[in-house]
Each structure stands twice: as C-alpha cells, then as structure tokens.
Design a protein. Sequence first.
Length: 295
Amino acid sequence: MPAELIDGNVIARSIRDEVALDVAKLVARGIQPGLAVVLVGDDPASEVYVRNKGRACDEAGMHSVTINMPATTTQQELLAQVKHLNDDPAIHGILVQMPLPKHLDADVVIRSILPAKDVDGFHPVNVGKNLIGDRDGFVPCTPAGVQEMLARSGTVTKGKECVIVGRSNIVGKPMMALMVQNGANANATVTVCHSATRDLKEHTLRADILIVAAGKPKMVTGDMVRKGAVVIDVGINRIEDPSTKSGFRLVGDVDFASARERASKITPVPGGVGPMTIAMLLKNTVRAAEQSAGR
Ligand code: NAD
C-alpha cells in the first residue's frame, strides 16, 4: 500500500490558526507581537519569501515591518538597522533574509541580533540552547517544522532510528539536536549523513524516520528506504520540465514515487515541509513576544 501523506499545508494551517488565537490573547493584554524582516538587495526569490512572511503575519493579527535595503548597503548600515530593531519595543522578532549580498558578513550580522529577538534561531546563543535542550531559545524554523510534522502525524520517535541526510546549520545540525533530546517528540537514536558518508544507503535503510535535506533532486530512491519508514523530504529543487507552462517544476531530495511504495508516511514536495517554515516563524515570534512580557 502506498504511504500515507503528511500534508504540510493542513498542519501549517492549524498552527497558523493557533498562532492567531495566541496573538489575540496577547493583544487583549496590550501586546501585539511584531516581526521585522530585513531584505538587502533585490533577489526575486527572497522578495517572494519576504512578501509571504509579511502576509502571514498580517493574517495572524501580528505587526509586521519589512525593511528593504539596497544591494549597495554597507555592513555598518545593516548593523545600525539591526541595532535600531533590537532597541524597538514594538519588534519582538528580527529576521535578516539570507543570502546577503557577497560583500556583507552574514555571521557578524546574525551575531548582532539580540538572541531574545532571533526568531530564525541562528544566533550562537540559540544554537547552543537547542543543543542543550533549553526550550526558551529559538529553534530554526525548518527543523522545528519537521519535528512538529512528526508529532502531529502521530509518529512515535522515542527509541527509533532517525537518519538525517545533510549537516547544514540551517537544517541538518539543528534537526539532529532536536531529535536526540531526552524529551517529547524526540529521544531517537540519531545518525547524521553528509557528503563524506561512505555508504549512504547502508544508513538510510536502517531508518525508522528518514529526514532528507541534501539539496540534490530525487537523490534518495525507494530502494534506500526501509519498509514502513516515515520519510520527511526537506528538499526544494527546481528542475526543468517542458510539459509545464513555466518550463520547470519543484521536486524534493526524495524520489517521491518510488519512496512512497516503501514508506508508511511521507511528505510531498511541494506541500510538505515548505509551508511549515513560515508557520514556525510566526510561532517563534509569538513566543518571543510572550517571553518579552514575562508571559
Ligand atoms: P546545504 O547545501 O547547505 O546542505 C546540504 C547537505 O547535504 C550538506 O551538509 C551535504 O554534506 C549533504 N549532502 C550533499 N550531498 C550528499 C550526499 N550525496 N550524501 C549525503 N549527504 C549529502 O543545504 P540546506 O540549506 O540544508 O538545504 C537542503 C535542502 O533543503 C535544499 O533542497 C533546500 O532548498 C531545502 N530547504 C528547504 C526549506 C524549506 O522551507 N522546506 C528550508 C531550508 C532548506
């Protein structure tokens, strides 16, 4: 029987509805959660992401500000902007859209955001909190969304073999830190595979939960999936497809058709992990507002 779908659109919708209720409660106490997104330059993909984030905030009743800065912005100007937002009491979450133009140092910019407002979870303080399992920090939105999908699809994680393909700071490493904790929706035995892994299939075939974030279209095929595994495909790749109007389509890092024949549950692309990222960003921002108000 083909795997059951884990529908990211449905799960993200319920999270966004819950966020809207939490926002209403905070607004009743005189606090409107506020998110500032800083966009430097005019990368068209980033513009779309930023617009979607702003719309999602508005829909949830949050305050949202988008700061567009030219591609010629200097490091000092960007740091001054972040400082201004750090000092602004109406802003609880700050996100600097990546990638930044090449002349800017992303690490320095990320470190300049107050950890309490770093709703993207990339500041070293939040990275460290995630690793030690301190839940008052902020976890990067994509891995946090994956954990939420596992929980809301009723996937048991305790004692399971969880294999993660990819070790980026954005997905693979924080995913590892989440799944290994001795706590709810975690407590798995975690293996992290990467570009130097000797025999990837040997590892993926052991996985009860297989999370793939490698940035390689359809890299994980059905023969690499253990029968009955839960497969989470984080990948988003644009491939050419002359049969579509635009000439391209989006595929994941997992070969969906063959993997679906072996898995018990699987996320599609698009409509899987993708929609979760914004939902988790809103959730993080509401918690930042709650924590700033002392709950
Ligand atoms: P990245 O390029 O930074 O990292 C890819 C990782 O995969 C690396 O750690 C590398 O070691 C590993 N890898 C590459 N080839 C491999 C191989 N053959 N065997 C084993 N490991 C291999 O990518 P990223 O930023 O982590 O993103 C991964 C994918 O997830 C991309 O497709 C990206 O578009 C997507 N993504 C989606 C979302 C979302 O919202 N759904 C968010 C972030 C990233």
